[in-house]
Design a protein around this ligand. Sequence first.
Ligand code: ZN
Length: 417
Amino acid sequence: MNQADAGGVSRRKPARSVLRESCGSSTMDGVQHHESWKSAGLGSSCCGGFVSSKVAKSGGVDDQKEGIINRVFYEGSRKAGSGSRRYSLVTYKELPEYMKDNEYIIRHYRANWPLREAFFSLFRWHNETLNVWTHLVGFLVFVVLTMANLVEVPQVADLLGLFTRPNSTIADTNVSYNSEELLLAKSLIDLKNITMGQESMRLMAVPLPAAPLPAATTRWPFFVFLGGSMFCLLSSSTCHLFCCHSHHLNLLLLRMDYVGITIMIITSFFPPIYYIFQCDPHWQLIYLGGITAMGVFTIATLLSPALSTGKFRAFRAMLFSSMGFFGIVPAVHACVVNWSNPQRPITLAYESVMAMSYLTGTAFYVVRVPERWRPGWFDLAGHSHQIFHVFVIMGALAHYGATLVFLEWRDKTGCGN
Ligand SMILES: [Zn+2]
């Protein structure tokens, strides 16, 4: 079956309303907004598009041209006949300039589709289908992991308690642990009661002292990471699904995607830094404060038109890089402090898998392999961006594994090491 013809059918609408939908970019957006993103050199592909240097030719007069192009596309992508509209897929050459990002992917593009069609394209084959689904499945995996942890770990309440009752965590968990101990002791007493008789029981009924177990550590940094990952994966999926709607929405979703990436980077730092330096609060504060400040500054930069100009391009590149490289400092520090810790090789292995996954994924994204070798062969499946997405999920899952080790270690040892 011709993939270009395989698609959903939408209801007929008055031509004017369809044009308003598909040409949103030509009327809704300020010129300055377009200009700022254009000059920022941000590519049109979601999830890491900041690596691309391709500049969309648009803004001002070009917006009017785009409106005309949109109309042409709307007419052109409508399947003729049968009285119903069916949006067909187009080739790279037929794309509006703002969507031209990877010339090695030749066919199966959606261009200027209404939101409804874009949404239902979730169930159609086009060159973004697997980009959407890879991160959507990743998002659902993290939802399941979060739910599982929420059910088993009631300490998630500490996320709120942290701000209202700063020292409540340890006390609360001590209480719960001691209660469990007492319940266990009572069960043992009941069992002995049956087997040894009442007389012996009188001796045993003396309350048993609770074993001095360390307090279970707080979970909020763990859930901050899970939340950040879910936000990033969902915003990436949304971006890939709807970026074909209009230039305006494309820019808006790209911005959300970059914010999602930044948030995922920041929140990934929370569990390792918090748990490793749990007993050195000043280091906790320095590292977590540092990465949070860098993240907030990066987001402000991405959202600020003034700092999105070409003049600040190198500055923005430095911000993204420095957030990633920032991790080297606490990692080396943690290795030195915990060199003899038996958990160190395990967490290092997990975090190495994470780093390798992100690096490999980014390498695929930058060099655009394998589609570069065989343009057109990997349009639907197997192109670099899909591989990049899979590596991002692998990296996040490896980090999740490392976080579980940190948690188990802190639950067992507290600050006793
Ligand atoms: Zn992506």
